[in-house]
Write a protein that binds this ligand. Structure first.
Ligand code: GLN
Length: 194
């Protein structure tokens, strides 16, 4: 069997950390910047960064519609932090003109975990894995989700538990940054689903 090639959307954000994590678990990781790059991958990670910038660069690079098509066709995708926002159904506190793919039926609030705790680390209990260290950096908060979405982990910031790792078919979304720790089990979980 030919090894799966996993792309990391390399327009903006913490691309290098995702590429390094994928390589350390033995996956062929490919930087995706063009339509040609996109054609060559079996799955894609959309990294954390700035969702408005990523959305703008998806348009200027010509990737927006081709990627939308791949996502509708059921390509495996993992969006972390800003990447989760890009995959969401709707965005609260986004820019007025901010669009998203709607691949994951979740409504997210940008920077939804509040100003004081805009960045924090917390132990997150993930279904099927156990506790992982969740690094949250101005993270989006999932405020609503459809019944098609499987919640794999939640976090309670004091206002009740909300999903922080979700899956809907081949699409995964994570509010925190699994690429910033030495624990690679979330990437392994995603890659195993390819
Ligand atoms: N707050 C950022 C956004 O709206 C996401 C932060 C991150 O990816 N670390 O895009």
């Amino acid at each position: 069997m030919v090894a799966a090639r996993v792309g990391v959307l390399s327009l903006q954000g913490d691309v290098r950390e995702h590429v390094a994590t994928l390589r350390s678990i033995g996956v062929v990781a490919v930087a995706v910047r063009t339509l040609h790059d996109l054609d060559a991958v079996d799955g894609l990670i959309i990294p954390g960064g700035e969702s408005t910038t990523i959305a703008r660069l998806l348009e200027t690079s010509g990737l927006r519609f081709a990627l939308g098509e791949r996502l509708r066709d059921g390509m495996a995708v993992l969006g972390t932090c800003a990447g989760l926002i890009v995959l969401s159904r709707s965005i609260v506190d986004g820019r007025a003109d901010q669009w998203s793919f709607g691949t994951l039926e979740v409504d997210v609030r940008r920077n939804g975990f509040g100003r004081q705790i805009a960045s924090f680390e917390s132990v997150i209990e993930v279904n099927g894995i156990g506790p992982v260290s969740g690094v949250f950096i101005r993270a989006p908060k999932i405020e609503a989700w459809s019944s098609a979405v499987t919640v794999l982990a939640t976090h309670d910031d004091g206002s009740g538990p909300t999903p922080v790792l979700v899956r809907q078919g081949a699409a995964w979304g994570c509010s925190f940054h699994p690429e910033l720790t030495d624990d690679h089990r979330i990437h392994e979980l995603f890659v195993a689903s390819l």
